[in-house]
Design a protein around this ligand. Structure first.
Ligand code: ADP
Ligand code: MG
Length: 340
């Protein structure tokens, strides 16, 4: 028997490996593994389902993450995957595994955050599971959404010539995390020092209280805009554009000057001696949307707020490239988070 380390596969390779021999047998399964959410035909509508698991010590650190924010965020990251299919989220289930370190009061805080998210996004909590863990907290949320089948948007629909669009701004959540990590280290060395978060509300908010862009899905409907491909930006722009390119069998050119970065993120990146574009490309957890549109729809996008055109889809043979502000062409590298 050989023993292969999971690190040899990486996150995406491991998923491909584990799910390789599961042919879809149900005609109602429109899409299985491989997109932001699965799609199941359900009468006149398509049901969209997505699950994400958050593990203490890997996805969150309770030293600086208030439980209420954790509850809110664990819902948002799942609603974001529903949005990435161009669907409207409607229900969630929440499963938790916890050690006896957590009191009822602590769990009430977690559920306060979950409740706030349910109210804000108009989704219903409809079930879940509760079990114990030897240590630490694990939260798994499943989100269910709905959309007319002809409005579904997959990662696989981008065509050469399509325009690449990004909502909101990128890199802020990563910089917020760097700041929180730094203050944690300082605090560990000297517990009397109070953290310094002056003027850092924006990036800390991006890390601790992200939002799912359900507003964009509604705006697309109102503008009668049908993106050709879409993915949510959970692992950084570089990783996500690679997913679209791989599944659409295309290449891409990203213009650095078109990638939206908030001034507070710019400032904090320079403060940490990081290149802001690197934070946008390789940072994670912004939960904005990356989507492509047919160029004939460019006017529909122009009049929508908070959407930025950041490049163009190319033929597969042209690869995935970044055109820097200085006019240099860089080959982008595919990368996901290494959790193992
Ligand atoms: P996202 O970052 O959008 O949440 P992931 O990279 O986690 O997406 O997952 C990619 C695809 O692989 C999704 O379709 C997801 O449902 C599927 N997937 C992930 N892990 C597993 C697993 N252990 N078994 C089956 N499918 C999985
Ligand atoms: Mg996703």
């Amino acid at each position: 028997m050989t023993r292969t380390d999971v690190n040899e596969y990486g996150e995406f390779g491991l998923i491909e490996h584990l799910t390789r021999d599961f042919p879809l047998r149900q005609p109602s399964t429109l899409r299985g593994v491989g997109d932001d959410a699965a799609v199941v035909l359900n009468g006149p509508l398509a049901t969209v389902v997505s699950t994400d698991m958050l593990v203490e010590g890997i996805h969150f650190d309770l030293a600086y993450t208030p439980l209420k924010h954790l509850g809110y965020k664990s819902v948002v990251v799942n609603l974001s995957d529903i949005c990435a299919m161009n669907a409207i989220p409607r229900q969630i289930t929440v499963s938790i595994a916890l050690s006896n370190r957590f009191s009822v009061e602590a769990l009430d805080e977690l559920y306060d955050g979950i409740r706030t998210a349910c109210r804000h996004y108009g989704v219903d909590l409809v079930g879940g599971d509760t079990t114990s863990s030897p240590r630490g907290l694990i939260i798994s949320v499943t989100a269910i959404g709905a959309v007319e089948p002809d409005r579904l948007v997959y990662r696989s629909g981008a065509r050469a010539g399509d325009l690449i669009c990004i909502t909101g701004d990128l890199g802020g959540a990563y910089l917020g995390l760097q700041l929180l990590e730094r203050e944690k280290r300082i605090w560990q060395e000297n517990p009397d020092v109070q953290p310094e978060f002056d003027n850092q509300q924006y990036i800390i908010g991006r890390q601790l209280k992200p939002e799912a862009r359900t507003d964009m899905i509604e705006a697309f409907r109102k503008a009668d805009l049908q993106p050709t491909a879409m993915i949510d930006i959970s692992d950084g722009l570089a990783s996500e554009i690679f997913h679209i390119c791989k599944q659409s069998r295309v290449g891409a050119l990203i213009e650095e000057s078109g990638v939206p970065i908030h001034p507070d993120s710019q400032m904090q990146a320079l403060h940490f001696k990081l290149d802001p574009i690197t934070c946008a490309l390789s940072g994670g957890e912004d939960y904005e949307l990356l989507f492509t549109i047919d160029p004939k729809d460019v006017d529909k996008v122009k009049y929508l707020p908070d959407i930025y055109i950041a490049g163009e889809i190319l033929d597969a043979k042209d690869g995935v490239k970044l055109n820097t502000k200085g006019g240099n062409l860089h080959e982008l590298k595919a990368q996901g988070w290494k959790h193992f």
